[in-house]
Ligand binder design. Sequence first.
Ligand code: PAF
Length: 280
Amino acid sequence: MEVIHDPAEYQQRTLAWRRDGLRHALVPTMGALHAGHYRLIEEARAHAERVSVSLFVNPKQFGPSEDLAKYPRTFEADRAACAVRGVDLLFAPDAEAMYPAGFQTHVEVAGLSEPLCGAARPGHFRGVTTVVLKLLLLGQPTAAIFGWKDAQQFLVLRRMARDLAVPVEMIGVETVREPDGLALSSRNAYLSAAERGAAPAIYRGLSVAREAFGRGERDAAKLIAAARAEIAREPLLTIEYLEARSLETLAELTRAEEGNTLLAAAVRCGSTRLIDNVRL
Ligand code: PAF
């Protein structure tokens, strides 16, 4: 597996793949790879002859009081994990290479970026869309693979690609979970033993709502109340938001609609902010 740090070199290599008629699937990551990322790599392989993984802790998507400095950086382990999974190319630029002096351009998806995590983390999605569009332009992939765990991120990025006619298929992959239901996330590494014990209540709560939906409940307020009540049983958890939104527009729903409902939550567990969701 080749490791490239220089954006121009990455672009040359991936343009050569394109010239050779090879499909290329890109898995954008911030490193600290876990089984959720491995699943994305597997999906990438199913869509292309060449797979690249980008590994870049993007400063533009962290707010001033967020965890940029302490975000886990595990380059050697990530490199080994990619190599063993047959990744063709690992692209690991540094911030100066991605955002050289004089960088002034940002991409913003209005509307979809505003509620949920967008409200709690001003500027976050602007950072995500800016870096992902740059990665797509550098890598010229035929497919790009993202996790549904970050549902709003996926919806925002898919909208960006559609709006700007980026010639890439944006693919969402189901969330990978621990046996107790906790969604895999690089931020789970921050949890103390007690917090780790409490965190699965987030998915338990979402599952209670999904079961109620399965029994025919369509009143969004009732579904949300059921999920909240389950999560509230864990004193270490504080709900930041738990909302029912349209999967297309992220408009708030009063009635859950089959096939068009995202039940999304952000929950504080000590100083760690965890997100999860289910689609109904
Ligand atoms: O989901 C992530 O890890 C990041 O937001 C992404 C898509 C790699 C952009 O930095």
